[in-house]
Design a protein around this ligand. Structure first.
Ligand code: NAD
Ligand code: ZN
Ligand code: ZN
Length: 376
């Protein structure tokens, strides 16, 4: 079938994207789903900083490619052998497909499934197939096995989790990346307990999801840190007990206000200075959890002796250490009961034609989650 999509031909074009147009809206060909694959109509897809990082060439990808890895939609056709889904079902897309067979999947870590990473590097689905093509026949790569900045997508069955039909798809979409990553870092990676304390450094879609997760988890102290005063004001409204500007005095100010730092600090900015700040406001004996994804060539310098003698640890969190089939229903249930008000993260809707401007706004830091509605 033919559909409209936003195709990325070149990484690293300069801003403003409204003028350089890294995303080109055009008709492409989408092949029908093969064995184990599913055709979905995309109802809503979020613009995540990881997509921006791909546009900026912070991480090289096989080109041309259709990006977009956070979204929700409706099943339209199931390929041979697909079980547990049928046309009309509502689904959230997962940016890591799990094979169910590898060492990581077998030990309950489907978020780091090795087979998924191999397929991602090749720009294919986990089946090895490429279902996308240009009208002239040229290949188009898949991104994270999803490629959601399009009207439709063919994805592996194991990239989808079925959800109840009463959940608005424009909110469900945000769960696919921001909420699983941010709230998951709080619930799963940090295992934050009621009465616990946490700081969150970087208050974008992911960081604000971590903040909402910390409120839901019953944290007693929630410290918010960002470079944007507007985001600090929002964080206070949404449950942060303290908010600090990430300026030169930030480390000293936070350490003084918290008597030496916090037990848990989660970094969700995606730049090395933010990670260094997060480590510096972590208390002795505490842990820094980083979920940000800086440039692939970025390096961090640490002093192991000080970390050891003060028993500080640095851990990482990918997709919120989630087991999506377990965690997505729990998080959606919290949302339904008003405990995880993810709808607050929506900063308006965009069309496929408005995507380049949307990424300008994300780069400026003036929005949280903009939602693409590719089918109007
Ligand atoms: N680990 C994962 O599974 C995963 C999943 C999704 C996104 N990510 C990554 O998480 C990061 C955040 O994504 P997002 O979509 O929320 O981005 P975003 O652009 O919406 O938010 C980033 C925030 O960080 C703030 N910031 C920038 N520099 C800072 C600094 N030095 N100190 C404090 N704050 C600073 C910005 O003002 C902004 O509010 C990105 O690096 C993204 O690639 C990781
Ligand atoms: Zn993302
Ligand atoms: Zn696997």
């Amino acid at each position: 079938m033919r559909m409209k999509a936003a195709v990325l031909y070149a990484q690293g074009l300069p801003r403003p994207y409204a003028e350089t147009h890294p995303l080109s809206v055009e008709e492409v060909e989408l092949a029908p789903p093969g064995p184990g694959e599913v055709l979905i109509e995309i109802a809503a897809a979020g613009l995540c900083h990881s997509d921006l990082s791909t546009i900026e060439n912070q991480r090289p990808r096989p080109l041309p490619i259709i990006i977009g890895h956070e979204g929700a939609g409706i099943v339209r056709e199931c390929g041979p052998g697909v079980t547990g889904l049928q046309p009309g079902d509502h689904v959230v897309a997962l940016f890591v497909t799990s094979c169910g067979e590898c060492r990581d999947c077998a030990r309950g870590k489907p978020n780091i499934c090795g087979a998924s990473f191999d397929a991602r590097a090749r720009g294919t689905l986990m089946s090895g197939a490429r279902r996308l093509a240009r009208l002239n026949g040229g290949a188009v790569n898949h991104n994270s096995g999803l490629s959601l900045f399009a009207q439709y997508a063919v994805v592996m069955r194991d990239s989808l989790v079925k959800i109840d039909q009463d959940i608005p798809l424009e909110d469900a979409a945000i769960f696919g990346c921001a909420v699983m990553t941010g709230a998951g870092a709080v619930f799963n990676t940090a295992r934050l307990r009621p009465g616990g304390e946490v700081a969150i450094v970087g208050l974008g879609g992911v960081g604000m999801s971590a903040l909402l997760g910390a409120v839901a988890a019953g944290a007693a102290r929630i410290v918010a840190v960002d470079r944007s005063p507007a985001k600090l004001a929002l964080a206070r409204q949404w449950g942060a007990t303290d908010a600090f500007l990430a300026d030169d005095d930030c480390v000293a100010t936070v350490r003084e206000a918290t008597r030496g730092g916090l037990d848990t600090v989660i970094e969700t900015a995606g730049v090395i200075p933010a990670l260094e700040l997060a480590m510096a406001i972590t208390a002795r004996g505490g842990e820094t959890i980083t979920a940000g994804l800086p440039n692939v060539n970025a390096r961090l310098s640490v002093a192991p002796a000080a970390m050891v003698s003060e028993e500080r640890s640095l851990r990482t969190s990918y997709m919120g250490s989630c087991v999506p089939k377990r965690d997505l229903p729990l998080m959606l249930d919290l949302y339904r009961r008003g405990k995880l008000p993810v709808d607050r993260l929506r900063s308006g809707f965009v069309t496929l034609e408005g995507m380049n401007e949307g990424f300008d706004r994300l780069a400026e830091g003036s929005v949280l989650r903009q939602i693409l509605r590719p089918n109007g």
